[in-house]
Design a protein around this ligand. Sequence first.
Ligand code: GLC
Ligand code: CA
Length: 554
Amino acid sequence: MEEIGYQIYPQSFKDTNQDGIGDLKGIIEKLDYLYDLGITLLWICPVYQSPFDDNGYDISDYRSIHPRYGSMADMDKLLRETKRRNMKVIMDLVINHTSDEHFWFQEALKDPEGPYRDYYIFKEANHGKAPTNWRSVFGGSVWEKVDDNFFYFHSFSKRQPDLNWENPKMRHDIYEMIEFWLQKGIAGFRVDAINFIKKDQRFLDGLSDGNDGLVSCFDYCRNQKGIELFYQELSEIFKKYDCLTVCETVGVDYSLASNLIGESGCFSMMFDFNYTNIDIENEDYFRKRDWTIKEYRDALFLSQNEIQKIGWSAPFLENHDQPRSFNKLIHNSQAGNQAKKMLAVLFMLLRGTPFIYQGQELGMENFKRTTIEDFDDINAHSQYKRAIEEGFTEEEALSFLNERSRDNARTCFCWDNSRYGGFSDHEPWIKMTKEYPEINAKTQIDDPDSVYWFYKKLVHLRNNQFHQLLVEGLFEANEFDNENVISYRRVLNEASLCVICNFSASIQKIPYIDHDQVIINNYEELQICDEQLCLQGYQAVVLFKFKSYNSLQE
Ligand code: GLC
Ligand code: CA
């Protein structure tokens, strides 16, 4: 609860053996950087054995480290080194599916009568065709043919067959694996795509919603009735180890959240995506939405209010599946650092455990690619294909990817302005961004006015001066008649912090708010005109009031 989280995408964080791929030794090398920033909890994306069809989210052996990242000895060292710095480590737990190269799946293919067949979802063909018309998350059918009679099921890529959670033996093996890692001394898990583990067992066709003749699988394999029984079993293990878990649950309605978090929930906290995908519909990059600041505010505040009723959340601006927040949320390339700092203020003071995604603290930006071949991510290729199928031109399809592709966040972390941004001496596995001469850690650490220092200040507030208020304080929305300003309070006993963010490039006025002290300001001053607060473009301030006011009108 008290932690400040930081997400590491190992492949792109720091390379120490000069093969162009980040590694565990690289994380160890940079622990002091993270410690200095005030980070207390690391989420490390998958470093397990994998053929990398989906960048490690396709695991072929849960109990070993892929050699490109190092060895189990490196992992143990990382755990020792983090402990020394009082930092916790959570790993990714990917248990909706495995890789098709996993031993269980290989056995299931080899022997239809054997014990592993039922670890996965095999179904008979429907008059020679796929059993249902459901579309997988990465495009194409959820069904992959194995022979004339049988198909297997995959929610994501065809190289990520879904595990059959209806099978208690399979669940038992997964639980053993979870205990293996907890016994190693990790603090817990970020739990991947967990609301997918139960499928609608009727396996019925749906009404097609695209030119491919298929229908999104979401209604059939996300948040299905009965999933709570699997959550309950999982939570027994988590409880045994008193571990910290964050669930990734895209598309969860708040009415279902009490299965996930709070007293009767399985996880310590949740990543809520209801405000994250504000710019697109149904997770399709080409279904762009015209959203307003007010809509964004309302979605964010709904999330805060609803989760506050039930349990704990993990607010985030970015992750390895999202574009950079500056590009997604600020439609003004001139807005620069003020806007990046404004976004930081908005998010770092929300109720919950904030997670910073690597490079966010530097204000890293999307990277524009000019041809489809430059995209690495499997989903980028599928979204491109679907956009074309839906009648968009290649140029349009490319522009959707440049805005939304997951490659945007996966470019290498820039440590300095040397070649390859100090990430490696070798050409990186993914095309390097052009921004590293300006946006890099070294330059920003040397500049007290940088985005980095601003984040550091915000982290410091939460870890020190306002620790109790920011951890325990309630969230309360501020309402005023200005749709360009997002503002809320965190309130504990008699004290409150008031966050005010101008989301626009122009001057915005709001009613004066009484305060004892300006704690954070991304401008030199806070102007008052006509007895109103007069906010500059993208200005963000945090005001402290010792005796809390009940209403803004007072
Ligand atoms: C989660 C991960 C994403 C991955 C998917 C399938 O959404 O964050 O990167 O592709 O699950 O495992
Ligand atoms: Ca390496």
